[in-house]
Design a protein around this ligand. Structure first.
Ligand SMILES: Nc1ncnc2c1ncn2[C@@H]1O[C@H](COP(=O)(O)OP(=O)(O)OP(=O)(O)O)[C@@H](O)[C@H]1O
Length: 288
């Protein structure tokens, strides 16, 4: 580094939302999303305020859990984070860069990749494509690597998610729900994303399979240093996997803290309600 570059680096303004030396992967700053509807409420006719002034940061390597009941704005928040939904107000930063007005496609062009794992793997997978082709597809679309490196990546991905190579020739319909979700996770990892947003990734699965998928996500987090937003209505599941938790109610964050803080010293009545009401939907072995 030249002397000039050293001075420039030392005097540069910290990235927006930086915590100490670290820049958040995702930073939502006072985000609001309002949808126009035919009904709305008495107070707000013809509109729904899905997200109401939400601020959050996903730090590198962190798993941020977002929990709340159906309709509290979790999926809308996920869509804002990955660029599928533009906020009505507020800002979205990706690694310190303002991407508020950029679509998911535009972000991919500049290499800002956030992948989403949905509740139903059928959403992410093409019923007529073999597993091999599903994993190859994002790399072909985004012209990543050459033929040999792409082929190697497909084999690495399938191993990463704990499936045998024999499934590469299978169609999604020939696999179990848990296997399909593993393939969806492998596909989400194919472009080496900076972060993964897992939106209710275990809710559609059998109880016994849920624990396996959660453990897979935990392993990937450990082994790849993956940054992840984990969204669920089940507070026990969120606790199991998250470093920090945000509790959402009616579009707002009503509580936030480490998993331990939120569970041991919940400050908000709504959090206490969730904690009291929620029998764990997890496999009993995870509840211990
Ligand atoms: N495209 C849309 N048009 C109109 N209203 C919408 C739209 N998307 C979401 N909403 C409304 O915004 C609010 C938040 O929805 P959202 O799907 O984000 O909640 P959620 O917590 O993810 O719920 P669920 O777990 O049931 O998916 C709800 O009242 C929903 O009906």
């Amino acid at each position: 580094m030249s002397e000039l570059e050293t001075i420039a680096a030392a005097t540069a303004a910290p990235a927006v939302g930086a915590v100490g030396e670290q820049t958040p992967i995702i930073f939502l700053d006072d985000v609001r999303v309002t949808f126009k509807t035919r009904t709305g409420s008495l107070l707000h006719p013809n509109k729904v305020q899905a997200v109401r002034g939400l601020t959050l940061k996903l730090m590198p390597g962190q798993t941020l859990g977002i929990v709340g009941e159906s309709g509290c704005g979790k999926s809308t928040t996920a869509n804002v984070m990955c660029g599928l939904q533009q906020p009505t107000a507020g800002k979205v930063y990706f690694k310190g860069e303002d991407v508020t007005k950029r679509s998911a496609a535009q972000r991919r062009l500049i290499g800002r990749v956030i992948s989403v794992v949905f509740q139903d793997p059928a959403t992410a997978l093409n019923a007529r494509m073999t597993v091999h082709d599903q994993l190859m597809d994002p790399m072909l679309v985004h012209k990543v690597g050459d033929k040999a490196s792409r082929e190697k990546r497909v084999h690495d991905l399938i191993e990463m998610v704990g499936l045998p190579e024999s499934v590469l020739d299978a169609l999604p319909g020939q696999m179990s729900g848990g296997q399909r979700q593993r393939v969806a996770i492998a596909r989400a990892l194919s472009l080496e994303p900076d972060a993964i947003i897992a939106d209710e990734p275990t809710s559609a699965l059998d109880v016994s399979v849920r624990a396996q998928i959660l453990n897979l996500l935990m392993d990937l987090k450990r082994n790849l240093g993956l940054s992840m937003v984990f969204i669920s209505h089940d507070i026990q599941t969120v606790r199991y996997i998250s470093d920090e938790i945000i509790v959402m109610n009616a579009g707002e964050a009503v509580e936030r803290g480490t998993a331990k803080e939120v569970f041991e010293h919940p400050k908000d009545d709504y959090t206490r309600l969730l904690l009291g009401a929620a029998p764990s939907l997890l496999h009993p072995e995870l509840g211990k």
